[in-house]
Design a protein around this ligand. Structure first.
Ligand SMILES: O=c1ccn([C@@H]2O[C@H](COP(=O)(O)OP(=O)(O)O[C@H]3O[C@H](CO)[C@@H](O)[C@H](O)[C@H]3O)[C@@H](O)[C@H]2O)c(=O)[nH]1
Ligand SMILES: [Mn+2]
Length: 606
């Protein structure tokens, strides 16, 4: 036995500078106490003008103080993870488990088929034994255009996968790769292959784009695959039977790339849609995928990505497995969440679409408090945890059980038997969407599902490697950004106001500091009310000559002004610092949610 056999597969590091941050928080807290002392001791008497405005202001400040407390709890103790993939490979290379990868798409117009298949190709090309990978595309658009693109991708994968592996390319989305890669002119052999593959990709892209533009499949194309016949029965995207096509069956000995290596299984699924049944959006799609995949490959680990988030790092699956397969701590891990990162962030990122503060400060903080939330994409799940199983101390994943499994049926029979699992009435009178799978009835099904998994005893892990695991498309216009934030604020607040409230669901199931951390997003919505109050009422009162802030003189002046200096200086270090450390621009900073310090500054300056 080699001597590194007992070493862990991952390590955890505490963030630097925590003490400084904690000291800074203490300073803010002292300042806040002074404010409350003043507010309470100077309430205008009954009949004096401004009494109600004053009391309102006091409650707003109490709220800000609570919100600041929650953000401080989140940021108190961030941790960072590091994996040892060489140890994983050394110990388990022959016994690596199967991985099922789910890609969700919903609309061929908003999510063009070319983009979708780039994501699909990027995950098919993971640096992982291909016979152990199964990629499932869920098409809620029920579109033959997307199906056609998948057919093209299944053919192109035979060239693309060996090409990626031979030259160890990154990223493995052909579009993203060719956009940035420089032609290797110095090496004639490589250069020839490079330009051939590029040309083949461009040709395929053109064919798909032309068909998409046309909006329908030509007769010539429809003869290429019997799958197109399914669309004869499709009334509309909201009313059709299940369409399930196994485009590449990994068990098939003829499913080989041009180098003779096996290919990952590739499945196209458009679950059944009927107008009288609610389809539950992405959550419904995910649950159909969980069931269908259990009949086909049934891998113990499930990775899910949105169709606009391609894999930017071919090692991510191995990274994730370092957590699940760690001998000491792995069994408790329910899911491993990667950050959402985007490749289309504008220069100043005025709407803070990059989510830098969330991804680089808050999520590591969640992890330190008990585990990050599930954020819908770039997440590896343990199938058992996602399917509703409770963790218990004796749980031991049997990684071999899954790899020994063999499905006997032919591809066609397998397709037919699996279709039932994606039908509309399959979930009637079951726990799907409640206790099993991704939860329904929430605009942020992901956060709610992650919370439930944690409450069932599983640990989650946040892993942010230097080379980003996934890159997606962020909203860039004010309208897109507002729509997204409104959905998040609404959805998160609904969780808070329901029986799924972190303090109810989490009571005794997750640590109190994690329950508190979970409030940070649900409280966005109510905080907007106090913010509006704080912005509007004092200004109106000033117009009437009523001041709601103290006139400063004497000792208090000295104290407050020195505090304001210290505070503003520190706010620059921590507020701006937090933002720019997270890679943001100064202009985007005003949009981060550092309210209390901002209001403190407002106090001290007024
Ligand atoms: O009926 C539907 C609607 C959407 N989707 C897919 O769901 C994903 C996310 O939807 P999108 O409209 O892009 O929402 P975003 O605001 O970008 O989603 C963010 O927020 C969601 C809710 O918190 C998470 O589920 C997502 O993963 C996260 O990227 C996309 O791949 C869609 O194709 C479906 O499969 N079926
Ligand atoms: Mn999206």
């Amino acid at each position: 036995m080699a001597k590194d056999d007992n070493l862990p597969l991952f390590e955890t590091k505490l963030a630097k500078g925590r003490i400084l941050f904690q000291f800074y928080s203490l300073l803010i807290f002292v300042g806040t106490c002074f404010i409350f002392a003043y507010r309470l001791s100077h309430i205008p008497a009954k009949g004096e003008p401004g009494r109600w405005a004053w009391i309102g202001l006091f409650f707003s400040e109490l709220w800000f103080c609570f919100y600041w407390f929650v953000t401080t709890v989140v940021r108190w103790n961030p941790i960072y993870r590091n994996t040892f993939k060489d140890r994983l490979s050394h110990r388990y290379e022959k016994a690596l488990p199967g991985i099922d990868i789910f890609v969700c798409t919903a609309d061929p117009v908003i999510e063009p088929p070319v983009m979708v298949i780039n994501t699909v190709l990027s995950v098919m090309a993971y640096d992982y034994p291909p016979e152990k990978l199964s990629v499932y595309l869920s098409d809620d658009g029920g579109s033959d255009l997307t199906f056609y693109a998948m057919l093209e991708a299944s053919r192109f994968s035979k060239i693309w996968l060996p090409f990626c592996k031979k030259f160890k390319l990154e990223p493995r989305s052909p579009e993203a790769y060719f956009r940035t890669a420089v032609e290797p002119l110095g090496e004639p052999v490589l250069a020839k292959e490079w330009s051939t593959v590029k040309m083949l990709y461009e040709d395929m892209k053109k064919r798909i784009e032309n068909t998409t533009k046309l909006g329908q499949i030509s007769e010539e194309i429809s003869k290429e695959h019997k799958g197109f016949n399914e669309w004869i029965l499709v009334a509309s995207r909201h009313d059709h039977q299940t369409i399930l096509q196994i485009l590449i069956d990994g068990r098939d000995s003829e499913a080989m790339d041009i180098q003779g290596q096996p290919l990952p299984t590739l499945v196209y699924l458009a679950r059944e849609k009927r107008t009288q049944y609610h389809h539950h959006f992405k959550a419904g799609a995910m649950n159909a995928l969980i069931r269908v995949s259990s009949g086909i490959s049934n891998s113990p680990i499930i990775l899910n990505v949105d169709c606009d988030m391609y894999s930017n790092n071919s090692k991510s699956v191995r990274d994730g497995l370092c957590f699940f397969m760690d001998e000491e701590k792995g069994n408790k891990v329910g899911f491993v969440q990667f950050p959402q990162a985007f490749e289309n962030i504008t220069k100043n990122d005025v709407y803070s679409s990059s989510l830098n503060v969330t991804m680089q400060m808050e999520m590591p903080g969640f992890d330190g408090n008990g585990g990050p939330c599930y954020i819908g994409t770039g997440c590896l799940h343990r199938r058992e945890a996602l399917s509703g199983k409770k963790y218990n101390k004796n749980f031991m994943e049997d990684w071999k059980r899954w790899s020994n499994r063999s499905v006997e049926e032919s591809t066609r029979v397998l397709e037919e038997t699996s279709k039932v699992l994606a039908s509309c009435n399959y979930e009637e009178n079951t726990q799907w969407g409640k206790e099993i799978g991704v939860k329904y009835d929430s605009a942020v099904e992901d956060v709610l599902t992650g919370l439930a998994i944690q409450c069932r005893g599983w640990r989650s892990i946040y892993f942010s490697p230097e080379r980003k695991g996934f890159l997606g498309v962020a909203p860039t216009t004010l309208l897109q950004s507002l729509v997204q934030h409104r959905r998040w604020s609404d959805g998160d607040f609904q969780i808070f106001a329901s029986r799924h409230c972190p303090f109810v669901l989490g009571y005794k199931n997750i640590p109190l500091k994690l329950q508190l951390s979970y409030c940070i997003y649900p409280l966005w919505a109510p905080t907007s009310l106090t913010t509006l109050y704080y912005v509007i009422v004092p200004s109106l009162c000033l117009l009437k000559g009523i001041s709601l802030f103290p006139q400063i003189h004497g000792f208090l002046h000295l104290y407050l002004s020195s505090f304001s200096t210290v505070h503003i200086a520190l706010e620059n270090v921590f507020g701006l610092g937090a933002h720019s450390r997270a890679g943001g621009m100064i202009k985007g900073c005003g949009y981060t949610e550092e309210q209390l310090p901002t209001f403190l500054a407002c106090w001290t300056i007024s």
